[in-house]
Design a protein around this ligand. Structure first.
Ligand SMILES: *Cc1c(COP(=O)(O)O)cnc(C)c1O
Length: 227
């Protein structure tokens, strides 16, 4: 296929990955198609991303607003049906730019950001779909709402700021079993009436699917290790 010339591996790996997710869903007796596979394209060039778009991938994640602003406007003009997700921290001074670029923000993680988003909505802006990021391992170097503060933060977003929260996102601690953290995220979601869970990356997506993930975010298993 000419579209994939130069980067044939990423497409093959993405297809393999989708097949593995399907298999995991069957083994877990969950409905086919109930987990989205997000291609995480941070550090990847437009030329590396193109073959995936041509092959039919439709969900993409970037972790920096600035980087996405360079690569994605041109790609989105050609593939307007794709969904671009912000999976890294959002500074309040970048909110306006993020609203233009992203269909989904996975990293609503503090009252000031909730307030900034609510202010844009009040001015008539269409907000992206929002997920609250939970700092599921309570790690000082990670962003996200502490598990013990999640219920109160969700209440603040919904009741005070009138924001619609679609689900929760987490990144568990590296070098630890991810399962207990995924289970904890599922529990926080359940008691808050949320059904969507963005959890699972290259090293732990199988267990995430077993524990109820509705979206896995995959970078290296598709594109190779980041340099
Ligand atoms: C980079 C990144 C991923 C993808 O990680 P891989 O291990 O390469 O699959 C997923 N989620 C977030 C938030 C990331 O920053």
């Amino acid at each position: 296929m000419p579209e994939t010339a130069g980067f044939p591996d990423a497409v093959a790996r993405w297809r393999g990955l989708c097949a593995e997710v399907d298999r995991e869903l069957r083994d877990s007796r969950r409905p086919a198609g109930s987990v989205a596979v997000m291609c995480v394209t941070k550090t990847r060039t437009a030329a590396e991303i193109e073959p995936l778009l041509a092959a039919g991938a439709r969900v993409f994640g970037e972790n920096r607003v600035q980087e996405a602003a360079v690569k994605w406007p041109a790609l989105k003009r050609r593939y307007p049906e794709i969904a671009l997700h912000l999976i890294g921290p959002l500074q309040t001074n970048k909110v306006d730019e993020a609203l233009v670029l992203f269909d989904v923000v996975k990293t609503l993680d503090r009252p000031r950001l909730a307030e900034a988003l609510a202010a844009r909505a009040a001015q008539g802006a269409r907000l992206p779909e929002l997920y609250v990021q939970i700092n599921i391992g309570s790690e000082s170097q990670k962003s996200g709402v502490a598990p013990g503060e999640a219920d109160e933060f969700l209440r603040l977003c919904r009741d005070e700021h009138r924001l619609t929260v679609a689900g929760l996102m987490c990144i568990p601690p590296v070098d630890e079993q991810a399962a207990p953290y995924f289970a904890l995220l599922a529990k926080i979601a359940e008691r808050n009436g949320l059904t969507r869970l963005s959890m699972g990356m290259t090293n732990d997506f199988e267990i995430a699917v077993q524990l109820g993930s509705t979206e896995v975010r995959i970078g290296s298993a598709i594109f190779g290790e980041r340099g």
